[in-house]
Design a protein around this ligand. Sequence first.
Ligand SMILES: C=CC1=C(C)c2cc3[nH]c(cc4nc(cc5[nH]c(cc1n2)c(C)c5CCC(=O)O)C(CCC(=O)O)=C4C)c(C)c3C=C
Ligand SMILES: [Fe+2]
Ligand SMILES: [Fe+2]
Length: 340
Amino acid sequence: MKGVLIVNLGSPESPTPEAVKPYLEEFLMDKRVIDLPYWLRALIVKGIILRTRPEKSAAAYQKIWWDEGSPLIVISERTVQKIKPQVEIPVALAMRYGQPSLKKGLTELYQKGVTEVLLLPMYPQYAMATTETIEVLAQELVGKYFVGMKLEFFPPFYNKQGYIDSLAAVMQQGIEGFDYDHLLFSYHGVPERHIKKTDPTKSHKKIIDGEYCCQPDTPPAEKCYRTHCFETTRLVAEKLQLNPDKYSISFQSRLGMDKWLEPFTSDRVEELAKNGVKKIAVVTPAFVADCIETLEEIEMEAGKSFKENGGEVFKMIPCLNDEEIWVNTLSDWINDWTKK
Ligand SMILES: C=CC1=C(C)c2cc3[nH]c(cc4nc(cc5[nH]c(cc1n2)c(C)c5CCC(=O)O)C(CCC(=O)O)=C4C)c(C)c3C=C
Ligand SMILES: [Fe+2]
Ligand SMILES: [Fe+2]
């Protein structure tokens, strides 16, 4: 029997430093997130980051936490509950870090008699720190605990019609009647090195701001997070007929000393405000569910910075969350796979 495992990143159990610390440790000790030799990663994560970050992150989580729990988890659960009646096969939810774990999600499917699993990571654009780490762990778990179970990976959907249509619909709703001066596409950042590492052809060009580092639909772009972000933007801009002078791309959530993708959202928001942009709309297409990165870092912190630097209206466009159009898209993808 077939089944689907929907996977997202995960959150701490509660918004306290005690709960954030083990979550961050599991997350940041992942060699596909901080891709340094073990000893150096351990030194940086355990010796530096975990000394101060749990306190700071817990305070940020407290600002966005819901009565039911972490927005990311609650939204993911709601989405899965809405998909279930629209499909004919078992669907389970798992998180790469924290709970419900990947092992738990696979066990749930296994106990229902599932032998063929479609793994559907909730990341539109492929990245080593997101899609790849889920695929690798799932493969390891299947080899160890679910022998005989067949795994299939849903490809990154950054350019897939249903995703673009859903994003466009939610964006249209968000900007309806809002005469913005600028629309910022803020994607989660990654270190530049990650882009080069996932290039199967190892032929990546130097990264130059605003230019494609590889051409879409060519082998180097197959797993290029940056080109996937550019393509999502191009396709949705085309669909919404956005004025090219009124939108741009930036990358948020940088951590550590490495060279990360630029321009940084924090700099861009400040610069736009200083350059006279009064009304800004921000969309975060690397996230399908609202989370600390969209609700705290962008809506609260970037919103504050925009106003402190002369901006007047900061409009945050929500993620796809459990919007009907998105739930229908996911259900259609699952139904197509079921019939295959
Ligand atoms: C080296 C560090 C990080 C990389 C690389 C990274 C890539 C990456 N992350 C997401 C999606 C999410 N990240 C979230 C939180 C988060 N991310 C990092 C670090 C890296 N991410 C940290 C330390 C945190 C925790 C919060 C904090 O302390 O700031 C989340 C939200 C989780 C939640 O509970 O709400 C998501 C989602 C993507 C898509 C990505 C690469 C493309
Ligand atoms: Fe992240
Ligand atoms: Fe590229």
